[in-house]
Write a protein that binds this ligand. Structure first.
Ligand SMILES: [Zn+2]
Length: 504
């Protein structure tokens, strides 16, 4: 082994420690959300804060940084991947190096306690500002300090870049989301006027949870999502926990869902998140080589399988064949009717139940209001009223309660700055779809036949195996030759509405 390789391996040991600790934090979060424990939020919060402190000590080590810079200056026989890992690590270390240690611990601690309070409040109908407002106020204060430390001129972007490195600015994100909202409005107007076919009886009946689970997992496996390699648990909100990717990746979905398709679609979404992590190269475990390029890219994969595949007409044709035994009533339904019912466009306030046409407007609302909170232009006391005002403006409807409006999602309790990644993910998913259509012109026929190989292979070779050495923005531009933007999503949505129109 050359001298440079030896130096790299020695330096990489610290990188592996940092990301192994991240896996431990994920393990705690997994326990908190999926096990029937009796611990208060404080139990998980103090441990997680302690681990974050330990990580920060490693990030801030001058020796660690100097070794990285030395390797970059004199690469010798280091490979492209090794150089990419060094650059990605230096990029990732920027924020932890500037943040005060105390702030890191406090932010992590308040987030975990808040998340647990949100979870508990859901069990006894107390998702109210009166009950959760104090947690939110504390989180916003701490996140504001963190955002200002990251970017004094644009604190929301400072926070958002922890998920989406390379994000130009909050204005860039809001402008794109406003463009999308404006361009999709005529399509929303058209689609909400389509007749309501009513509920699909067979998909709406309460079913035995375990039969659903087996059926859903069978479908996902058939799509090449390899759920047999996953640990699958049950929690109140669906999520994916990459504990030690690509070997140990887990998903959790609310298995008590009564409506079948509300189990399949979140299952698809989370299994796709997991498939991305399972596609990393094992030799780079606990390094940026086996980490996602960005959260937006992660969401793009999840939304790709959920929307471009799962809600599509060819996929539903395939599903109708597969579902016949389990739901004989469905035999009376045509694929077109099922497609229209599952893609029904409605004005409602719950993001996770949103159709594709209105989904981005839910994201726009959130990015705008959290930017206002982080910039100190909005007080937590006025959060609910402002939310309802923006909801009416962007979604055309006000929530009936805070539990269905400003307190519906757990995200703000986990940290602020995440939401934009859903918007970026939706745009990138449409861009990937366009690209795959170009490479595999028969992709819809393949999906109808249950052949997902071409699609899965494209994602594996172009995206998954590259890990997180580039930012999401850079990876998209390298692979597709054009920057992240809304154009493809608008086109895909136009075709979607035309297809819905034909389906009725
Ligand atoms: Zn997701």
């Amino acid at each position: 082994m050359s001298k440079q390789q030896q130096a790299f391996v020695a330096w990489l040991a610290t990188v592996k420690q940092i990301w192994c600790l991240e896996g431990l934090k994920g393990e705690l979060e997994w326990q908190m959300a999926t096990t029937d424990h009796q611990h208060p939020g404080e139990y998980f919060a103090s441990k997680t804060a302690e681990i974050s402190g330990r990580q920060q000590v490693l990030w801030r080590s001058e020796e660690f940084r100097a070794d990285a810079l030395r390797l970059l200056a004199n690469p010798g026989d280091l490979s492209e991947m090794q150089m990419g890992i060094i650059r990605a690590t230096l990029r990732e270390s920027q924020l932890p190096r500037t943040l005060p240690m105390k702030l890191v611990r406090q932010t992590v601690h308040a987030g975990m306690v808040g998340q647990s309070a949100w979870e508990e409040a859901g069990k006894d109908g107390r998702r109210t500002m009166e009950h959760l407002g104090g947690h939110l106020k504390k989180i916003v204060e701490l996140q504001r300090m963190k955002g200002l430390a990251a970017d004094p001129d644009d604190p929301y972007a400072g926070l958002a870049r922890t998920q989406e490195p390379g994000l130009p600015s909050t204005k860039w994100l809001l402008d794109i989301l406003e463009d999308l909202h404006r361009d999709l409005q005529p399509l929303v107007e058209e689609a909400v006027a389509f007749p309501d076919l009513g509920e699909i009886p067979a998909l709406n009946k309460p079913h035995e949870a375990n039969a659903f689970r087996l059926f859903t997992m069978g479908c996902l496996n058939r799509m090449g999502l390899e759920v047999d390699k996953l640990e699958i648990a049950q929690s109140s909100h669906p999520f994916c926990a990459p504990i030690a990717a690509p070997d140990d990746v887990r998903i959790s979905i609310p298995l008590e869902y009564e409506k079948w398709w509300r189990l399949l679609l979140p299952g698809l979404h989370e299994a796709a998140h997991a498939r991305y992590e399972q596609g990393f190269l094992p030799e780079w475990k606990y390094t940026p080589g086996a980490r996602p390029a960005s959260t937006g890219l992660h969401e793009s994969i999840a939304r790709f399988y959920e929307c471009r595949v799962g809600r599509s007409l060819p996929f539903l044709e395939l599903m109708l064949d597969m579902m016949g035994d389990m739901f004989p009533e469905l035999k009376e339904w045509s694929p077109e009717k099922l497609y229209s019912a599952l893609n029904r466009c409605t004005r409602q306030t719950v993001r996770v139940q949103a159709d594709e046409l209105t989904y981005n407007s839910h994201i726009l609302l959130r990015v705008r209001i959290y930017q206002e909170l982080i910039e100190g232009r909005l007080e937590v006391e006025d959060f609910s009223a402002r939310w309802n005002e923006l909801s009416l403006h962007y979604l055309g409807v006000e929530p009936e309660s805070d539990a269905l409006g400003c307190l519906r999602d757990p995200h703000p309790f986990m940290g602020i700055g995440y939401y934009g990644t859903y918007g970026i993910g939706n745009m990138v998913a449409a861009m990937f779809w366009r690209e795959i259509e170009g490479v595999h012109p028969n992709i819809e026929v393949e999906i109808r036949k249950g052949n997902f190989e071409g699609l899965n292979r494209w994602l594996q070779t172009n995206i998954f195996c590259k890990g997180g050495v580039s930012t999401g923005f850079q990876l998209v531009e390298d692979v597709l030759g054009r920057p992240v933007g809304p154009y493809d999503l608008i086109q895909v949505m136009r075709e979607h509405v035309a297809q819905l129109n034909r389906a009725y």
